[in-house]
Design a protein around this ligand. Structure first.
Ligand SMILES: C[S@@+](CC[C@H](N)C(=O)[O-])C[C@H]1O[C@@H](n2cnc3c(N)ncnc32)[C@H](O)[C@@H]1O
Ligand SMILES: Nc1nc2[nH]cc(C(=O)O)c2c(=O)[nH]1
Ligand code: SF4
Ligand SMILES: [Mg+2]
Length: 229
């Protein structure tokens, strides 16, 4: 617990988070795509991406103690856990949950918009940081200072709706090269239902970019509008 104020185990277990859903699925995004993964989706987001597929997580949910959340994750019995949202970093108690999961030996992923500081996140966590492209309508919220905090276990992603977004993302790879070189992976993902994977693939191949094409594979396995997968 080096990154946050010291609390006893009992105090940590009693801390609460506003949780939208907890579920077991196949990890659909990032370099961990394909693995069984427990998901904890927290309620609330400070952004409003035009194409957000999880608007139901902007409100609602249930206040749950970290002890109860852990019980559910333990019941799923898989070694990979992702905390997502909404925007998970809006709730400060998330930092305790992340560290506690690492202490228990889980491989822990955090999916964040990158609009809030990522500094206090336990260094054992894999941080997956989205840089919001222009057509999301939220680019002005990108906290570019986060990029220099990224390390070798972290990933950067760009969700791309059109050629303008693509060119913007490509320019960022050059402008922020010095930080991006140090991280595990960069992915370019098409906005689902808006940009054909084949079109984005063609652009990446033409430019021979060293980025991974990211497809949300859960949307090919299950109905793309389904929750809890
Ligand atoms: C729902 S967000 C939650 C985490 C955080 N708020 C964020 O934006 O990174 C999880 C991921 O889904 C991506 N996403 C949301 N809607 C999408 C869509 N329509 N097509 C492709 N990716 C989408 C986001 O860009 C983000 O990388
Ligand atoms: N299966 C599955 N994988 C995911 N990876 C990141 C997700 C997210 O919403 O953050 C997500 C999700 O919603 N479902
Ligand atoms: S930051 Fe994430 S959860 Fe919030 S609106 Fe954008 S995609 Fe949706
Ligand atoms: Mg999702």
């Amino acid at each position: 617990m080096s990154t946050v104020a010291y609390l006893s185990v009992q105090e940590i277990l009693e801390l609460k988070l506003l949780v939208n859903e907890i579920f077991l699925s196949i990890q659909g995004e990032s370099t961990f795509a394909g693995y069984p993964c427990s998901f904890v989706r927290l309620t609330g987001c400070n952004l409003r991406c035009r194409w957000c597929d999880t608007t139901y997580a902007f409100s609602g949910g249930k206040l749950m103690s970290i002890a109860t959340i852990l019980d559910q994750i333990k019941a799923y019995s898989v070694p990979l856990v992702e905390i997502t949202g909404g925007e998970p970093l809006l709730q400060k108690n998330i930092l305790y949950l992340l560290s506690f999961l690492c202490d228990l030996g889980y491989e822990v992923l955090l999916e964040t918009s990158g609009s809030l500081p990522i500094d206090n996140v336990d260094p054992r966590v894999h941080r997956i940081v989205d840089l919001k492209c222009p057509s999301s309508g939220q680019s002005e919220h990108n906290l570019l200072a986060n990029l220099k905090k990224l390390g070798e276990r972290d990933e950067l992603k760009f969700v791309i709706a059109d050629k303008k977004d693509y060119e913007w993302a490509k320019a960022k790879l050059v402008e922020e090269k010095v930080w991006i070189e140090k991280i595990k992976a960069v992915s370019f993902s098409p906005v689902f239902g808006e940009l054909e994977p084949q079109v984005l693939s063609q652009w990446i191949l033409e430019d021979k970019l060293k980025v991974r094409l990211g497809l949300q594979i859960h949307k090919y396995i299950w109905d793309p509008s389904m929750r809890g997968v």
